[in-house]
Each structure stands twice: as C-alpha cells, then as structure tokens.
Design a protein around this ligand. Structure first.
Ligand SMILES: [Zn+2]
Length: 369
C-alpha cells in the first residue's frame, strides 16, 4: 500500500482527500468538500472518491470554514460513510447566517437548498449524526459574542498536542482552545491551526449582526427565506466585501524521515521529480496575516512543506513567502472573481515553485513513499 493524495476536480471550490498506509490499514483523510456548482460540480469527484475509498468511514475530516464552495458536498460525502473524527471551526450564529444567505442566493437547485438549510441552523448536531467525534476549534473571541450561544457539552482541551487514538468510539465533542494543535498517530502527523480573528473584521461582523438581529433572532432569520435575503443585503452593506475569510488550516506529513513525495503516474520513483513530504492545506485563509503564528506552531516542519494549497483559489494576497515545491490552486475556469489572480501566480513563479492548476478539467494527484 502506498500513501496517495488528490486535489479533486470540482471547479470553483475545494475537495482534497488522501489515503495513508497505517500499518497495512488505510487511514483516510479529507479536507473540505465543496464546489460553487453544487452537487453537479462535485458528483464526478465524489464518484472518483468512492471508487478508491468505497464506503469506509473517513478517519479524519477537516472542514476549513462554512462557505458552501468548501462545504456543500459534506452531506453527500458523509452519507453512508460517516467519519471517525471531524475537526471544524466553531460556527457562530453569524457564520450560520452567512452560510444560509449564501445558499439562499446561490444557483443551487431547490432540492440542494432544502438539504443544506438544516445544516446551517445547527451544523454541530447534524455533523454529529455522521461523526463519532467532533473537535471544534475555538477562538477566544467566540465566547464574547453578543448573542446567547453556549457550546454544547464537551471537554475543553487546553493542550496543543492530542493523540488521535485518545478519541474513543463514543460520540463526543472536544473544544480545542489553542490556535495550533498537533494530532498524532504513530505513522503520520497532523497539525490543525485556526487563525485569530482580526478585530477589525470582528467589528464589521458585529455591526452587521446587531443590525439584523434588532428585531429577529438567528433562528427566525434562518427559518425565513425573505429574512435571509434581507440579512444578506445588510451584510453586504456592512462588510463591503466578504470579510469572513478565516479558515482552519491542516498540515500533514509522514513521521518517518527519508520518505519522498512524487507526482502521479510516474512509474519510476528514482527518475521522477521528488518533493518534500509535508502538505499544507489553507482553505480560504489570509496567510499574509497568519504566517508568523502558523510558522511558530509548525516549528521545523515549515521547512518540510513540499505541497502547498494556494489559499482562497489564488485570490490577491499579501502573502509572498512561497518556499514550497508545488503550489496547487483550485478554482473554476469561469469564475467571476478572476481567480487565480495574475499577481499571485507571478509571485509563485518568481519563487521557482511549480504551479498545478486544479479546476473542472484537472485534478492533482501525488503520492508519498
Ligand atoms: Zn472558497
């Protein structure tokens, strides 16, 4: 058995999965599963995922954030399969309202909207139906939101290291309180990192939410399409543009030294280009602000990042530290945002990184051996 990983072809969105040889047994990981085109855009990738992984449960599923181009395939992915552990950011009522209004205003079919709506009002309990364990990454800011919203019962975990095998088979919630937490098992290591919320962004969020919540509760808005439309207008006016770009990041790499990463179909490891073995998945994070904090969590591992997911579909960014082997950018060929931005690609090229374009037509596959 070998360790193989894939950025799936989903267009504007992100769906990443992999399979790790855990002492002869497969250990399956997934990071995000969504596409702006909804299930239509995801079905070929979901079928491909099923061809390699069957209906075995996902051992570790990390959700970067609750935007539907990263999230809308999760119900379909987890159905008949489930997950042993889901790691996700805490989803505040604000995040839920944003997600719900995005879904309401999207081009998704009404069936898809019906499927996703309940996931917005209470994602934790819906995900809980499919997961044995859920680890929620908290920001200290999550606690002093204006509204009444208490996390449900669970353990508050203060450490920055947790053994994956310590999660038991009973469903339970663990709240991870540090911004960087290592999840370990004997063969592979993982680190999840949740950026700190920018105080300016937090102000904008609060302004939009308190305007919306003057007369209605989140539940009332979530339950009413017209209220949701009103909410998205308020949100747009308050935030000017989408300010909700914090994402849980995932770093993973083999623990054993001396392994190599190589691309796809090459049958002859000694002759093909090899890369460093760490992968950094970044969702839609704004790395320019977060790189210093992330690097200190990663310590020496930051020099082992061979494969890097260009954040936010290649959107313009102040991040310039592209010291990786391969930069994979996942975007839709006809997206309206101009992703990936030429300036971002130029910066990546200037650092001598290989660019890999992932879109409706191209996946990106690599293995580690
Ligand atoms: Zn996105």
């Amino acid at each position: 058995m070998e360790n193989f990983f894939e950025f799936y072809a989903v267009g504007q969105g992100l769906f990443y999965g992999g399979c790790i040889d855990f002492c002869g047994k497969p250990f399956r990981i997934v990071y995000d599963c969504g596409s702006s085109d909804g299930l239509n855009g995801l079905l070929p990738a979901l079928n491909r995922y099923a061809r390699y992984n069957g209906t075995e449960p996902i051992d570790l599923l990390v959700l970067s954030h609750f935007h539907f181009d990263h999230f809308c395939g999760i119900p379909a992915l987890l159905k008949n399969r489930g997950a042993k552990l889901i790691v996700m950011p805490y989803c505040t009522p604000f995040d839920r309202l944003v997600l719900a209004s995005e879904i309401e205003n999207s081009r998704l079919s009404s069936d898809e909207k019906d499927l996703l709506r309940p996931w917005c009002s209470d994602p934790l309990s819906l995900l809980g139906e499919y997961a044995e364990n859920i680890a929620v990454m908290m920001n200290p800011e999550d606690f002093d939101e204006e509204w009444e919203d208490r996390p449900r019962d669970g353990d508050f975990y203060q450490g920055n290291f947790i053994n994956l095998e310590s999660f038991n088979r009973q469903r339970k919630y663990v709240y991870l309180m540090q911004s960087s937490v290592r999840l370990s098992q004997p063969v592979w290591e993982f680190m999840v990192h949740r950026p700190k919320l920018d105080p300016k962004k937090k102000k904008l969020r609060e302004a939009a939410v308190s305007a919306a919540l003057q007369q209605k509760s989140p539940e009332e808005i979530l339950g009413d399409k017209n209220e949701l439309k009103k909410f998205s207008r308020l949100l747009k006016a308050a935030c000017k543009q989408d300010e909700n770009l914090d994402s849980v990041l995932l770093y993973h790499a083999p623990i054993k030294k001396g392994m190599r990463a190589s691309e796809a179909e090459c049958p002859c490891p000694p002759y093909c280009k090899t890369m460093r073995t760490g992968t950094l998945l970044t969702g839609d994070a704004d790395l320019a602000n977060e790189w210093a904090a992330l690097s200190s969590g990663l310590r020496d591992d930051k020099d082992n990042i061979g494969i890097f997911q260009v954040p936010h579909h290649g959107a313009a960014s102040g991040f310039t530290d592209y010291r990786f082997d391969v930069c994979a950018v996942s975007y839709g060929v006809k997206n309206h945002y101009g992703h990936p931005k030429p300036a971002t690609l130029k910066e990546i090229n200037a650092h001598g990184c290989e660019l890999r374009f992932v879109n409706e037509n191209n996946n990106y596959f690599y293995r580690i051996y």
